[in-house]
Design a protein around this ligand. Structure first.
Ligand code: G1P
Length: 300
């Protein structure tokens, strides 16, 4: 492996069907669902850019054209805004596309996260890269991916973001057991084992993999050799487990606030959270929230 210091590319798997948000996602990619006024995927892309990773690889599939349009220059819209003198909006629109280079890979069939990562092999080549799962929107300073790159530059091996989760959530995540004999510094641990979505009684801990990874190119060979799971999917966690036989893998507990926007409750919480951080909305929105009768039930 080349010893480059920098992570140059961030992969965004975005070929999933988004069934949890039907009917909203019948004709619209789930990545384009909006938190306040920005599509969910844009939060992740901005995080990559702010982390010094402007090369974006989006793994798409059928029905995902809106993502490509969103990250493409909108010539007509820009000239309309220019003619009307709407400079602030124009700047916002340009800021979406100007700092990034985007490439798209089609996944064909959505056969799991490991399969999505494998689809980027030719584009990524022989260098380390990041994977960002857009569902996990992380408010952090420095940005979550930046924090991870700093860890990668120290340990020179795969780094997975993790967070402690409640017992009832353990079976929804990749779960990691750590070996803490070596002192790797605050928030960094070496992985002893990892298992995809274990039942609670078989989970080695409550340390869950969240949607940020820094991977090395040897993950591709490991994924190729990884068997499909019971549902026919190739899991990234299973590929990493295989890779662990060959090299050390690390986890890092992100310093920030993570929102899992991939489920309805998490999505609603994220909207409230980000709205309260917006200077133009925070005060009236807070007043509205405070005025709510929170005892309203579904049948009242
Ligand atoms: C995926 C991974 C899982 C990880 C999770 C983080 O699962 O397979 O290991 O913990 O993302 O969000 P998904 O949420 O796509 O089912």
């Amino acid at each position: 492996m080349r010893m480059t210091a920098t992570i140059r590319r961030a992969v965004f798997p975005a070929a999933g069907l988004g069934t949890r948000f039907l009917p909203a996602t019948k004709a619209q990619p789930k990545e384009m669902l909006v938190l306040v006024d920005k599509p969910v995927i844009q939060y992740g892309v901005e995080e990559a850019v702010q982390s010094g990773v402007p090369n974006i690889v989006i793994v798409t599939g059928r029905g995902k054209n809106a993502i490509e349009d969103h990250f493409d220059v909108a010539v007509e819209l820009e000239s309309f805004l220019q003619q009307r003198g709407k400079d602030a909006l124009l700047e916002q629109i340009r800021k979406i596309t100007e700092p990034i280079n985007v490439a798209y890979v089609r996944q064909g069939e959505p056969l799991g996260l490991g399969h999505a990562v494998l689809a980027t092999r030719n584009l990524i080549g022989d260098e380390p890269f990041a994977v960002i799962l857009g569902d996990d929107v992380i408010d952090a300073s420095p940005p979550a991916l930046r924090q991870m790159i700093e860890v990668y530059e120290r340990v020179r091996g795969p780094v997975l973001a993790v967070e402690r989760v409640a017992a009832e959530e353990v079976s929804s995540y990749g779960i990691v057991a750590t070996d803490d004999r070596e002192d790797l510094g605050r928030r960094v641990h070496r992985v002893k084992d990892l298992v995809e979505k274990p039942p609670l009684d078989r989970a080695p801990s409550n340390l869950a993999i969240i949607g940020r990874y820094i991977l090395t190119p040897d993950i591709f060979g490991a994924l190729e050799a990884t068997a499909r799971d019971r549902t026919g999917e190739i899991q990234l966690t299973d590929g990493l487990r295989r890779l662990l036989r060959e090299r050390p893998i690390y986890v890092y507990e992100i310093d920030g606030v993570r929102h899992d926007t991939g489920n309805k409750l998490g999505f609603l919480k994220a909207i409230v959270y980000f709205a309260l951080r917006r200077p133009d909305l925070a005060e009236p929105f807070r007043r509205y929230l405070e005025s709510l009768d929170l005892k309203i039930g579904v049948n009242t």
